[in-house]
Design a protein around this ligand. Structure first.
Ligand code: DP6
Length: 337
């Protein structure tokens, strides 16, 4: 039934300098470069088996966290399998099973870890089936980028910069390995509901904001300063850039046509609280926030206990997830089916 099978675990990431807006929606070429940290405890484990298309399996099957998919998630996954089939010149159906270590509502982009793991497992399964021409890691990351921009950053562990450019130059490179700096991201889950607009759709609206050009112009200096701060293990500088960059991205979001308002009253209240902890109590703590209401709270290793404790006590925090710098994708010997 199976021609070949492989399993990959890939880790999500959080951006300090955000990717927002695309210059080419088909190739998912970003309007600007971005810089992220791969997360140690937020991963997707995905098994892909290419089948020989016997009548039992005429179409792709996609199961995520135990649930067989049929709607938009299924279509997005099949589109990506089509990209891989086209690149490899095969027409075999696939069975895909994936499990996330974090809840879908956690405010961590599951598309980055999901499409990275899917791409690596799908290519490795073809290699296991005897194909000698499977794309190398750089080309796999390029394929994954077309499915989800942030997925190309998850091909590297530690601290990662994804450059703007054309299809061959828009690649992600490691700035520093996971052991370089034990920086922590404590995710404060404020609202577990589904997002009204996906990042995927949001990127396509960025150019409608009169602020987007100015944001893109400022990103280059944010990238240079954030890279230097990571090399110097300087949380004060990286934290300040992360807050500023996230606020600029949200300014673009709220001034898009139609406007995208991802932050909730709870997000804003917690932002104020974090600033108070920092400015009034000297706790070195900063926030960033993606296309959703949940806050990612950045702190040094020594403060993780205190920060988690304070966040967990907050009346509006439903859950917290603690992540340090995580590794590159890993192939695994045990499969999900
Ligand atoms: C706000 O990579 O999820 O998290 O490319 O359409 O899959 P697609 O979007 P995605 O966008 C991430 C946007 C962000 C910022 C970031 O991670 O850089």
């Amino acid at each position: 039934m199976y021609r070949c099978k492989a399993t990959c675990r890939a880790y999500a990431n959080i951006a300090f300098v955000k990717y927002w807006g695309v210059v080419d929606a088909n190739l998912n070429l970003p309007a600007n470069g971005s810089l992220s940290m791969t997360l140690s405890h937020a991963h997707a484990t995905t098994t892909v088996a290419w089948t020989n298309g016997t009548p039992a399996w005429e179409a792709d099957i996609v199961v995520i966290d135990g649930k067989e998919q049929s709607g938009s998630v299924y279509r997005r996954t099949v589109s990506h399998l089509d990209r891989i089939r086209t690149a490899m010149g095969v027409n075999w159906p696939a069975r895909v099973e994936s499990r996330n270590s974090f809840p879908a509502s956690a405010g961590i982009a599951s598309s980055a870890s999901g499409f990275c793991a899917l791409t690596v497992a799908a290519c490795q399964a073809l290699a296991a089936g005897g194909r000698h021409d499977v794309p190398d890691q750089l080309h796999q990351a390029r394929l994954a980028r077309r499915a989800s921009g942030s997925a190309c950053r998850s091909f590297q562990g530690g601290f990662v910069e994804w450059s703007a450019g054309d299809d061959s130059t828009s690649v992600a490179c490691q700035v520093a390995g996971p052991d370089h700096w034990p920086l922590y991201d404590v995710v404060a889950v404020l609202d577990a509901g589904p997002k009204s607009v996906s990042s995927h759709d949001g990127h396509r609206l960025a150019a409608t904001s009169p602020l987007q050009k100015e944001r893109v112009r400022q990103v280059q200096s944010h990238l240079n300063a954030a890279r230097a701060a990571i090399h110097a293990r300087d949380l004060k500088t990286l934290g300040a850039i992360s807050e500023r960059d996230a606020m600029l991205m949200h300014a673009v979001m709220v001034s898009s046509e139609p406007p995208l308002l991802f932050l909730s009253a709870r997000s804003v209240a917690l932002m104020r609280q974090i600033r108070d902890w920092r400015l009034q109590e000297g706790l070195e703590v900063y926030f960033t926030v993606d296309a959703g209401p949940n806050l990612h709270v950045l702190c040094n290793e020594a403060d993780v206990g205190e920060v988690s404790h304070r966040l967990a006590r907050g009346p509006s925090v439903q859950d917290i997830l603690i992540n340090g710098p995580g590794p590159a994708p890993e192939l695994r010997n045990s499969h999900l089916f």
